[in-house]
Design a protein around this ligand. Structure first.
Ligand SMILES: CCC(=O)OC[C@H](C)CC[C@H]1O[C@H]2C[C@H]3[C@@H]4CC=C5C[C@@H](O)CC[C@]5(C)[C@H]4CC[C@]3(C)[C@H]2[C@@H]1C
Length: 448
């Protein structure tokens, strides 16, 4: 089969991998017609779970009618918990676990295997919105409109910044992502840089979400898929921490996509997760993030269903038709290339991609000649290296307080690196990307 031959030559090419994924010419059948700037949508394909903490109050009644996963109430672990901050960290953990299947399995489901996304050009944009009513019949709350802003804020290295905003419930998720990929014996291993900040402004709760490591298995079999590894953290401003560990086949259980999350209160002594200190662990959640997971309280082995990733279908973002899109919007900009990829015609793909890439190189050249560097549109880079506290009146960035609570490095090192860890680099800068809400509010050309 032609693709088998091209895959073999592709595998040979990755043995001389130089660290830049874009330099690898993958065969047509492994190319995706979707740009990486679209992947930000995977953070909110269950808007009801993202917004759930807004509906958690001391009154247990409101909480259970919000529950959309358990089949019967006595299986309702939330009803057993009366601490509102614990209920919220559990709800945010459920939302986060629910994003993983979209983030890391959706190409396998829609295209049969993981694919290589289009490498976004500088300034590439992607916007859309989710409807206002929850998909889940048992949770028919009017959620209001949730919009997505996603922008390629850097091309060298590739960095995507995003914001997911729900004005009705005053909730904003913002973050950014950069990756470093290396290849060992036909396994592509990826470290993620960046993080997400989730803010519920009505209750003044904020959360830091760090990103797990991942590796791509199945390259030899020409059927690549993502497996998560390492650890990630969700640190709440209330002092609760969700510490999540990932593994594939052969670790905790023989199953793929396995995780174990520990809910602890950590604004007391810094918990050393290695030390066995069960009294500090309030809940343990474990199972498969792409299937079912279960929760048990620290003092009981009784397991209850926590989340079933196949119960409620993800809500696909609605995106304007291409003719209504701005030239910087991803699906309009890549239309010819996407059509070529779908046709599988390698020469057509090559010349359509080269045209777009040459046009971009031309733009960069003109910017250098005229000293008019590209301006980011909706996001701005901030520097948190300042030792002194933010100037009076200047709101301190939630990342500063939340990373300190979780004992995580503020530097631009792999996401979720503990302070002083071998991966922490005191010389690394502390620059991060943030939503520039005024820039979005003054946006005159592009609406989601
Ligand atoms: C070896 C190079 C190559 O082209 O191999 C082709 C193979 C399909 C494997 C490489 C590509 O695999 C893709 C998987 C992509 C990640 C999937 C999900 C996410 C989560 C999202 O929130 C941020 C982006 C991220 C980490 C994607 C980054 C890019 C990945 C690793 C693609 C690889 C090029």
């Amino acid at each position: 089969m032609a693709s088998a031959a091209s895959w073999t030559s592709f595998l040979k090419s990755i043995t001389s991998y130089n660290g830049d994924l874009a330099s690898l010419t993958a065969p047509p059948f492994i190319l995706s017609p979707v740009s990486l700037v679209e992947y930000s949508q995977y953070w909110a394909e269950h808007p009801n779970l993202l917004l759930a903490p807004n509906f958690i109050s001391n009154n247990p009644k409101t909480q259970s009618d919000n529950d959309d996963d358990d089949n019967d109430d006595d299986d309702d672990y939330e009803a057993d918990e009366d601490n509102i901050d614990v209920k919220k960290i559990l709800a945010v953990t459920k939302w986060f676990i629910a994003t993983l299947k979209s983030q890391y399995c959706s190409r396998n489901e829609s295209m049969g295997s993981e694919k290589k996304p289009l490498n976004p050009f500088l300034g590439e944009l992607f916007t859309g919105k989710w409807s206002s009513v929850s998909k889940d019949p048992k949770d028919s709350k009017d959620l209001g409109e949730t919009i997505l802003l996603s922008e390629q804020v850097s091309h060298h290295p590739p960095i995507t910044a995003y914001a997911i905003i729900n004005e009705k419930h005053n909730t904003t998720l913002q973050g950014y992502n950069r990756i470093k990929a290396s290849i060992y014996t036909y396994t592509l291993s990826v470290k993620q840089f960046g993080h997400a900040i989730l803010q519920y402004k009505n209750s003044n709760d904020s959360y830091l979400i760090t990103l797990p490591g991942l590796h791509i298995e199945g390259l030899l079999a020409a059927s690549p898929f993502v497996e998560l590894d390492g650890k990630s953290y969700i640190q709440s401003s209330s002092g609760y921490l969700s510490a999540i560990e990932y593994s594939g086949r052969g670790y905790f259980s023989g199953k793929k996509n396995t995780f174990k999350a520990k809910i602890i209160k950590n604004n007391e002594a810094k918990i050393n997760l290695k030390k066995k200190s069960p009294e500090k662990i309030l809940y343990t959640i474990q199972g498969q993030w792409s299937e079912k997971s279960y929760i048990s309280k620290y003092n009981s082995s009784a397991k209850k269903l926590f989340y079933d990733a196949n119960l409620i279908k993800p809500e696909i973002l609605s995106v304007k038709p291409i003719e209504a899109q701005h030239p910087l919007e991803s699906r309009k900009a890549w239309l010819d290339v996407a059509e070529a990829i779908k046709s599988g015609d390698y020469d057509l793909i090559h010349n359509k991609k080269s045209k777009l890439e040459n046009d971009q190189r031309e733009l960069r050249k003109i910017e250098i000649e005229n000293n008019t560097p590209w301006k980011n549109r909706w996001f701005t880079e901030i520097d948190l290296s300042g030792k002194e506290l933010p100037a009076l009146g200047q709101k301190s960035d939630p990342f500063t307080t939340l990373s300190t609570l979780a004992n995580l490095s503020k530097n631009d090192v792999p996401s979720g690196t503990p302070i002083g860890d071998k991966e922490d680099d005191p010389n690394a800068h502390s620059k991060h990307w943030r939503l520039n809400i005024d820039a979005y509010k003054n946006e005159s050309e592009i609406t989601p």
